[in-house]
Design a protein around this ligand. Sequence first.
Ligand SMILES: CC(=O)SCCNC(=O)CCNC(=O)[C@H](O)C(C)(C)COP(=O)(O)OP(=O)(O)OC[C@H]1O[C@@H](n2cnc3c(N)ncnc32)[C@H](O)[C@@H]1OP(=O)(O)O
Ligand SMILES: O=CC(=O)O
Ligand SMILES: [Mg+2]
Length: 538
Amino acid sequence: MTANTQSNETGSLVFHGEINQEQQQILNPAAVALLTELVEKFAPQVDELLNQRVKKQARMDAGELPDFLPETAHIRAGDWKIQGIPAKLQDRRVEITGPVDRKMVINALNARVKVFMADFEDSFSPTWAGVLDGQVNLRDAVNGTIEYTNPANGKHYTLDEDPATLICRVRGIHLPEKHITFNGKIVPGCLVDFALFFSNNYEALLAKGAGPYFYIPKLQSHHESKWWSEVFSYAEDKVNLARGTIKATLLIETIPAVFEMEEILYSMKEHIVALNCGRWDYIFSYIKTLRKHPDRVLPDRHSVTMDKSFLSAYSRLLIKTCHKRGALAMGGMAAFIPAKTAEANDKVLTKVTADKTLEAKNGHDGTWVAHPGLADTAMGVMNEYIGAGNANQINVLREDDAPVTAAELLEPCSGERTETGMRLNIRIGVRYLEAWISGNGCVPIYGLMEDAATAEISRASIWQWIQHGKTLSNGKIVTKALFCQLLQEELVVIRDEEIGIEAYEQGRFAEASKLFEELTVSEHLAEFLTLSGYDLLD
Ligand SMILES: CC(=O)SCCNC(=O)CCNC(=O)[C@H](O)C(C)(C)COP(=O)(O)OP(=O)(O)OC[C@H]1O[C@@H](n2cnc3c(N)ncnc32)[C@H](O)[C@@H]1OP(=O)(O)O
Ligand SMILES: O=CC(=O)O
Ligand SMILES: [Mg+2]
């Protein structure tokens, strides 16, 4: 089938991509009706919310620094709590994340973790087929019928007893879904992911004692969280569910949002259960928000670690804010993945242990792993700090901490800017973009998982170094010309030393490197590489 139209009284959704029979089941009348209504009622406000982001950024570009909002001081001073946390979400000490491929979904639900965050955002390349197949996979997982046989080796996959609790991460509000239009206008991808997952799964999830649970990424203000809460309420009302049946965890992964955590919790009191430190997008947002501030240019990516002052302040403030309001405070992702040799893997596990220990000591209630091979290590650390008989660390109130100030949250980060680091950023950026435009949103590169958030840091760093004419540790000044020279040299390294000529020529490296160059030498910092790359998908 190539097109399918669903009408409601004032307008209609038009589907522009191929839809096979199985995908059509996901686009059943109830799901499409909900999506149509959500788009009609809520999509126009997305433009306004995105516009507010642009206006705020213009103020930062003119020299202002982000700060707590004076007009919402009464919310921060008030005595209130979120509605509550259902039993299934009380203990989230280790969560695995991953894209919604069929094999990954089964492996993640079977991993020795509490929660699987099924991802339509950072680790996902939103091809039309991928968006719909991801929903098919999640529906089959929720129904317990999901199976997969690997055509390469015949290995068969089914769900184990007692799989992890499922949380669906939808796309951010900035990402469109170009294969669906409403009255001729492309619809927000986040509403597609939300409506399809909710409509197809809420009954089966509730029947199992779980519920429709969501992760919401890349928010920048409490106006955006309020919008989401209204979307949730609308969906609940539509199918006669009690207010607060939908539960959400919001990623605090932008600099603007860290100054509005209390307001975000308040605006979503009935639906929210937790905030999460999405550290990689947060670092990207530090670069993006403070792009014009020459005193806040970040050093090499690998030296921006969670023990740096601005990141430590972010983690501690998130924990304090959440626990005071009765919400969980989730930690984030150490990007390491298991190594192939025992000796190298020991080093990986040592680094993961150190990272998770810092989070657990701070008072986080849970943490993320990118790979099942890290689950036991993370679990060991979290068990030690959460303690026997406790589900979480919500009792850690950090009441004796000195208040975390705006200055601490924005503190410049010292460290070297090296040519090696710049070359590494180039190779990571190009290789990631090539994978993403080829339909793969998460790839292992140099022992780390690279996804849209980590790759954003790589490309935005070089952009910022060029803009501010930074000097590398070897004395070279970072210019567009230097970048273009290094890009050509690193393409040869990728081709001859890393990928091999055949794979390089079969891949889409020419398009990826062109896009990477455009993004990096542009006078304006592109909002998201996934937006810039979307034209190259499908
Ligand atoms: C900044 C952020 O937003 S972080 C959150 C978003 N990022 C992520 O979710 C990262 C998810 N991780 C991944 O996608 C993968 O781990 C990768 C791409 C980094 C590496 O994957 P692979 O190259 O397949 O790793 P590897 O070969 O070691 O995998 C071994 C097995 O573990 C499975 N596996 C690896 N990662 C995961 C995962 N996250 N979830 C479930 N299963 C996984 C593989 O499917 C494979 O299964 P098999 O033995 O049955 O074939
Ligand atoms: O989404 C998580 C992040 O670190 O970014
Ligand atoms: Mg993120």
